[in-house]
Design a protein around this ligand. Structure first.
Ligand code: KG4
Ligand code: ZN
Length: 339
């Protein structure tokens, strides 16, 4: 099966081509305009998707050396995400499928992240625990077999990536915050400040990251921090201490879930999975319990259509091809709880 996959849920316009679940090409066009505004502006995102979708799809076909006629199914993200952005990808996918008389399937964006660890290299073995940490979500999932998911817990407030973005904004470091904090944290002292680690007691697999962000805010007020005139050592130490607190929580809960469900594989995905500190800490913790932690390469951690294609492949293997030309965007689409 030659599949064209499309992702347009937020500020990345992306298309990928897969042949029988094997990635042939991926093109990701990031909309840089949002960094001027300190976050994604929905109206600007949907307008940019409208301009980008055709050239991005054409480039993905060209890179894979496929013609439009050789594509025999289309997969597209239908939620969660920004309604105006989702609708551009969905409309394109439906029109492409209808004009060619081929099926179109909707894929949940979070399930795309979840299966991104299967795109290449060392893959997780079923059953496994997935930690999906992005700008909009933080989830721990028990994946029993392909497309059999049990949501163990998620964030009660801010997502992990959102905390990175908000702390970066407080420090005057721009958007998105994750990559810059990751870089500065590597040069700072993670013990310089003691930020709170929420819900570390008991068996809860839920997360909370808003307290840590508020703690950073109070610290900056106390220090009379001026982003225009900043002390580089202080910024590095705050980044390192903040990142250490987030990582401690993510690692502790993921390892606890892996222990409880006796799995041997852990898959980490979503934008925050690109974090170098998290990758090192989780790999080491998994090793000490005889498990392996699998991370997609950073390009496949953040939003991309390759992950939508691989999730569609697993969905197809489990349920067959269920085409839906009435597909609509569902901005708050939950993860499917299938047994
Ligand atoms: O998965 P993604 O591209 O989009 C969503 O579905 O949200 O994730 C974007 C998030 C942003 O919050 C960004 O700051 C964060 O992932 N991120 C990182 C890193 N790279 C991206 N967070 C921590 N460390 C990184 N290296
Ligand atoms: Zn995402």
């Amino acid at each position: 099966m030659n599949l064209l996959a499309i992702e347009s849920s937020c500020d990345e316009c992306s298309a990928a081509v897969l042949k029988d679940g094997e990635l042939k090409s991926v093109v990701i066009s990031s909309q840089l305009i949002h960094s001027e505004y300190g976050g994604v502006v929905p109206e600007l995102a949907s307008r940019a998707h409208m301009e980008l979708i055709v050239p991005v799809v054409e480039e993905s076909l060209k890179k894979a050396s496929f013609s439009k006629e050789e594509i025999d199914s289309v997969a597209v993200t239908y939620g969660p995400g920004l309604a105006g952005s989702l609708i551009v990808g969905i409309s394109f996918a439906k029109a492409f499928a209808a004009s060619r008389g081929i099926p179109v399937v909707g894929v949940n964006h979070m399930e795309g992240h979840l299966y991104s660890a299967f795109l290449e290299g060392d893959k997780p073995e079923f059953p496994f625990i997935a930690l999906v940490v992005s700008g909009g979500h933080s989830m721990l999932i028990h994946v029993k077999e392909p497309y059999s998911h049990e949501l163990l817990g998620q964030t009660r407030d801010d997502a992990a990536g959102e905390a990175f973005d908000k702390v970066a904004k407080l420090l005057g470091l721009g958007y998105p915050g994750g990559p810059v904090i990751d870089k500065l944290a590597a040069e700072g002292n993670p013990k310089a400040f003691n930020f709170p680690r929420a819900f570390m007691n008991g068996e809860s697999f839920e997360f909370s990251f808003s307290g840590i962000k508020t703690s950073v805010l109070y610290l900056l007020k106390e220090l009379k921090y001026d982003p225009e005139n900043r002390d580089d050592k202080l910024v590095r130490d705050i980044c390192a201490s903040f990142q250490a607190a987030v990582i401690d929580v993510l690692v502790a809960k993921t390892i606890a879930a892996a222990g409880k469900f006796r799995v041997k594989s852990i898959a980490v995905a979503g934008g925050v999975a690109a974090n170098k500190g998290l990758r090192t800490a989780l790999q080491a913790a998994a090793q000490t319990m005889g498990a392996k932690a699998v991370f997609p390469r950073p390009l496949y951690c953040t939003d991309n259509a390759a992950m939508i294609g691989i999730a569609a492949h697993f969905k197809y293997l489990k349920f067959g091809m269920a085409s839906d030309l009435t597909l609509k965007p569902i901005p708050n689409l939950p993860l499917s709880f299938l047994n």
